[in-house]
Design a protein around this ligand. Structure first.
Ligand code: HEC
Length: 214
């Protein structure tokens, strides 16, 4: 028993010394930048792939994340089909309708968003007299003045893409949030006048006034 314990101690000491020697000698001074011998280098170094594509590495084609198939639509996302052109603006004015059912709650949520994203330019009552709006070279027109008969589709279109000095809000607000804002802007517009203020598009404005959701 005693003897085998001694043996064990001897083996342990021997191994320790061997490791010590190996450790010192492995720190060779030949190349200061050499990382030494690597154990299973693949574990530390994976080939770096460019994202969204395929590359040939060591004769193998390797795929990283691929771009979605053309025409793919993210779940729950509705693409906005009207282009940012004068035509797109007119088309949106004629055909684009609010997909959200009107409720006071929805309008109230629009009001909250308005207080965060719009009031500094458009003012609390939408008169274009916000603190920032007044400093712009051209203040925003009043919702219940020049913009009184602006149809919902155009309101949405302009919030989405921006207009003149107003920047696009698509990156800041979801479509749902923008439609909530449309309800609140419509509230600030007040009741539409049947005699369309915008004489260039009487048909659209009149048609829209009959479809007022509230
Ligand atoms: C940086 C100031 C600024 C901010 C912020 C801003 N607007 Fe405007 N907005 C303007 C100006 C200026 C115009 C006039 C654009 C033009 O006709 O050239 C305008 C125009 C509009 C119009 C009329 C568009 C049309 O088709 O004639 C609507 C509707 C509107 N804004 C809604 C909003 C809403 C809703 C928000 C908040 C999400 C908002 N705006 C944020 C400055 C701003």
């Amino acid at each position: 028993m005693n003897m085998s314990y001694k043996n064990l101690k001897l083996i342990a000491c021997g191994t320790f010394t061997a490791l010590l020697v190996a450790g010192f000698t492995s720190c060779g001074k030949k190349d200061a930048n050499s990382p030494g011998v690597e154990f299973m280098p693949d574990m530390y170094r994976s080939p770096s792939l460019e994202y969204y594509g395929s590359q040939v590495i060591n004769g193998d084609t390797v795929y990283s994340a691929m771009t979605p198939v053309k025409g793919t639509i993210a779940r729950g996302y509705m693409p906005y089909v009207y282009p940012n052109t004068a035509d797109g603006y007119e088309q949106a004015g004629l055909y684009l309708k609010n997909p959200l059912a009107y409720s006071e709650k929805v309008e109230k949520e629009g009001e909250v968003l308005y207080g965060k994203f719009c009031v500094h330019c458009h003012g609390a009552t939408g008169g274009g007299d916000g603190k920032v709006g007044g400093k712009l070279p051209g203040a925003p027109p009043a919702y219940n003045g020049t913009l009184k008969n602006l149809p919902e589709g155009k309101i949405f279109h302009s919030i989405t893409y921006g207009k003149g000095l107003m920047g696009p809000h698509a990156p800041l607000l979801t479509q749902e949030e923008r439609w909530k804002l449309v309800y609140y802007v419509q509230k600030l517009q007040g009741p539409k006048t049947t005699a369309a203020a915008d004489s260039s598009k009487p048909a659209a404005a009149v048609a829209d006034s009959t479809k007022k959701v509230k």
